[in-house]
Design a protein. Structure first.
Length: 239
């Protein structure tokens, strides 16, 4: 399970946190853009598995999952070119296949009992399972929810889907990232953290009362994702 959580963390970091607007633009407009993005994700996997790279299995995982990522992004690119846009279902299907690929690769190559010993010189860089769980939950709530919110807003927007509004720029998304990080951390920590969570939830409720469908979707989805992510991480790390 440790390897699965480390790879899930690497996926969230590479596919969302480090997929900047420029990297995403390169993916759409240049043939080497997909290679750049997949390479960044491969580096993220190397970083989280670094203490274990004295074994062959982690290297095999990195190579296999990099090939899987390339295949998925190529297929999604073909769908995008044929349809002219990316849909909510393409996004959800892509992420589901990434997760299934990670779990299947670890089980196939390492089994359920594989527990590699970290290299002594790199033992200090080892990421504990609980840390990987919490980091994955918070980063998912903060960053991965942004495209989900966008696609849902577009589904609710009147007019043709071909007339889709552009995805908000990074600086326009930044307040939402910070807000959802604080809220999901509050849900995870409990205690005094609930004060920050409560303040943000109240603001979300006020926004959801506006006659503004995009603001309502952002408020409701943000609230649900943060609460589920924070509580889910708390339950898993308390077990």
């Amino acid at each position: 399970m440790h390897c699965i959580w480390l790879l899930l963390l690497a996926h969230v970091v590479g596919d969302f946190v480090l997929q900047t607007d420029r990297v995403f633009s390169y993916k759409l407009t240049r043939r080497w853009g997909v290679l750049l993005h997949v390479g960044i994700c491969a580096v993220a996997m190397v970083a989280v598995l670094l203490p274990f790279l004295g074994h062959w299995r982690p290297w095999a995982l990195i190579i296999l999952l990099t090939a899987w990522h390339l295949l998925l992004d190529w297929f999604k690119g073909e769908l995008r070119r044929r349809r002219g846009l990316e849909t909510l279902w393409m996004f959800l299907g892509d992420q589901t296949l990434h997760i299934v690929g990670i779990v299947a690769a670890v089980v196939a190559l390492c089994g359920t009992r594989f527990s590699p010993t970290p290299l002594p010189a790199l033992k200090a860089l080892l990421i504990h399972t609980d840390v990987a769980i919490v980091a994955t939950a918070l980063l998912t709530a903060s960053f991965a929810s942004a495209p989900l919110i966008y696609y849902l807003q577009e589904l609710a927007r009147p007019g043709k889907q071909e007339e889709r509004a552009p995805f908000p720029a990074y600086w326009a998304r930044l307040p939402g990232y910070v807000e959802r990080t604080v809220a999901s951390a509050g849900a995870y920590c409990g205690g005094l953290g609930l004060i920050a969570l409560l303040a943000i939830v109240v603001r979300w409720f006020l926004r959801s009362g506006e006659r503004n469908v995009p603001a309502t979707i952002e408020a409701v989805v943000g609230m649900v994702v943060c609460l589920v992510s924070g509580v889910w991480a708390r339950v898993l790390t308390s077990a």
